[in-house]
Ligand binder design. Structure first.
Ligand code: MG
Ligand code: MG
Length: 248
């Protein structure tokens, strides 16, 4: 799908709402705060900015963000979980403006965390930015996954295979899938107007995943820590443009 300049402008607006959710939730993370508190922060931003949530009621999901602590990889449901000193917490969030979607995620420390956790977060963030550098017209889509894999595995970590990035536009999840690893084929050529949500999930241990009984939460099979970073990015004539860029 190639978006027109007018469509990209709407996605830029949605991205700015998402960037504010990233920043506001990041500022609220501290020991003693519940994951439901963080969802309320996101709801306030969405309402104040006249946006709609793309997470709330998505296949019945009950909140505007996903909150996934420690060994939880993605899709955690905000609730009574109280953030503890030493936790890491992954926040995945999104918003819709004028029918166009933004989607982004990050993992943050709660207070002081272990060196291993700090390194995992930094490597995962670097793997995302390294993959964003691949989003140039004429390059092949699956260079994105190759870039993620290179950074993550060089650091001794593993890349989750069972959950991947995606195209994004008038729906949150559009074709094509954007794997965070080299899938064995180069994939389609990138064109100006393509927009993707790239979202590496990186584990300290094995890449294997388990879905919990709530039907949403996904954790690492071996209990090792996991981090998740995501941005919504357009391929433009000037190179990759990160719509959800924020200072987190
Ligand atoms: Mg997301
Ligand atoms: Mg996504």
């Amino acid at each position: 799908m190639r978006r027109t300049p007018a469509e990209l402008d709407k996605m830029r607006k949605a991205g700015r709402v998402v960037a504010e959710i990233l920043e506001r939730t990041r500022a609220a993370i501290k020991p003693g705060v519940t994951t439901l508190d963080l969802d309320l922060v996101s709801r306030e931003v969405i309402e104040r900015r006249g946006a709609r949530s793309n997470f709330l009621n998505y296949h019945g999901f009950p909140a505007t963000i996903c909150t996934s602590p420690n060994d939880m990889i993605v899709h955690g449901i905000p609730g009574s979980y109280v953030l503890q000193e030493g936790d890491i917490i992954s926040i995945d969030c999104g918003a819709i403006i004028e029918g166009y979607h933004g989607d982004a995620a990050y993992t943050a420390p709660v207070g002081t965390v272990s060196d291993a956790a700090t390194r995992l977060m930094e490597v995962t963030r670097q793997s995302l930015w390294s993959s964003i550098d691949q989003l140039h017209e004429g390059n092949r889509l699956h260079e994105v996954g190759r870039a993620v894999q290179l950074v993550a595995e060089k650091a001794g970590f593993s890349v989750v295979r069972n959950y991947v990035g995606h195209g994004i536009g008038t729906a949150m999840h559009e074709q094509p899938s954007v794997p965070n690893y080299w899938p064995g084929t180069p994939g389609p050529k990138l064109k100006v107007g393509n927009v993707f949500a790239v979202e590496p999930m990186v584990n300290i241990g094995s890449p294997d995943t388990v879905e919990l009984a709530d039907g949403w939460s996904v954790v690492t099979r071996d209990g090792s820590l996991s981090a998740h970073f995501e941005h919504t990015i357009a391929v433009t004539e000037e190179g990759p443009e990160v719509f959800t860029r924020a200072d987190v």
